[in-house]
Design a protein around this ligand. Structure first.
Ligand code: BGC
Length: 252
């Protein structure tokens, strides 16, 4: 039987958050629980915090699929990169480590891919034909590439080299905060970033996620692109929703 609810957990550089998701509507059925990411971001510590979080989120929920998303390349359950987390994640059998620590099967996926999948299932990319490129602007830049709703995982387009920079260090929301940039100055960096993506992928739609997308009126109108660019529907919950939906689709 296909699950109608699932738990999604989104691991980030500052917080780990989770909730129970209604898979028909994409709504959260519980409050979102958030715990701080342990200092240093080491694998064993993160698994431990995730276990604590899961025991709260899963109270009274029964046996439902659990999905976990994480800011790294994920190949066959292994984390293969570590841009804003401890380098101990590189080459780690992360899915197996979580399954052992949590005592249940999970589905493990890149955080931006989870967000892209969520927008395709329940949000701004639902029913959109052609190439959709979702980017999340946060500590780093995450990317999810969809073609006719099908995800091409691990694109990592936040790390495009532009003008000799790993461009997430220039255009992520954290760069705006770090360099105290006005919306206009930040938008000039975004202009360079999205024009490059446009040239490379000729997308039919850009979707911009991450917490800052709730302020989209301050920067999206400043961009001059051929491609339509719109805010994500689910912003900070997209990772939770996508991880949950993917866990139901690919039960461990
Ligand atoms: C990581 C990606 C992640 C993105 C957003 C980047 O630094 O390399 O894997 O999706 O940040 O968290």
């Amino acid at each position: 039987m296909t699950a109608t609810t699932a738990i999604g957990i989104d691991i980030g550089g500052t917080g780990i958050k989770g909730a129970v998701v209604d898979l028909a509507t994409g709504e959260l059925l519980t409050d979102r629980v958030k715990l701080p990411t342990p200092k240093g971001g080491r694998p064993q510590d993160i698994v431990e915090t995730t276990r604590t979080l899961l025991s709260t989120v899963s109270k009274g929920v029964g046996d439902v699929p659990v999905g976990v998303c994480f800011p790294a390349v994920v190949k066959n359950g292994h984390t293969m990169s570590a841009a804003n987390v401890s380098s101990k994640w590189i080459g780690l059998a992360a899915e197996a480590l979580f399954e052992k620590g949590l005592g249940l099967p999970i589905h493990f996926v890149n955080d931006a891919d989870a967000a892209g999948y969520a927008e395709a299932q329940f949000g701004a990319a639902t029913g959109v034909a052609g190439v959709v490129l979702l980017t999340t602007l946060g500590t780093g830049i995450g990317s999810a590439l969809l073609n006719d709703g099908v995800l091409v995982p691990n694109t990592e387009l936040g790390h495009l080299q532009i003008d000799g920079h790993d461009y997430e260090t220039r255009a992520a929301y954290s760069a705006k905060e770090r360099d105290d940039l006005s919306w206009e100055t930040w938008a000039a960096r975004l202009q360079k970033y999205y024009s490059t993506l446009e040239r490379l992928f000729s997308p039919d739609l850009f979707i911009v996620g991450g917490g800052v997308s709730k302020h989209h009126q301050n920067f999206l109108p400043l961009l001059n692109l051929k491609t339509r660019i719109i805010p994500a529907v689910h912003r900070n919950n997209a990772g939770i929703l996508g991880a949950a939906a993917l866990a139901a689709r690919f039960p461990g």
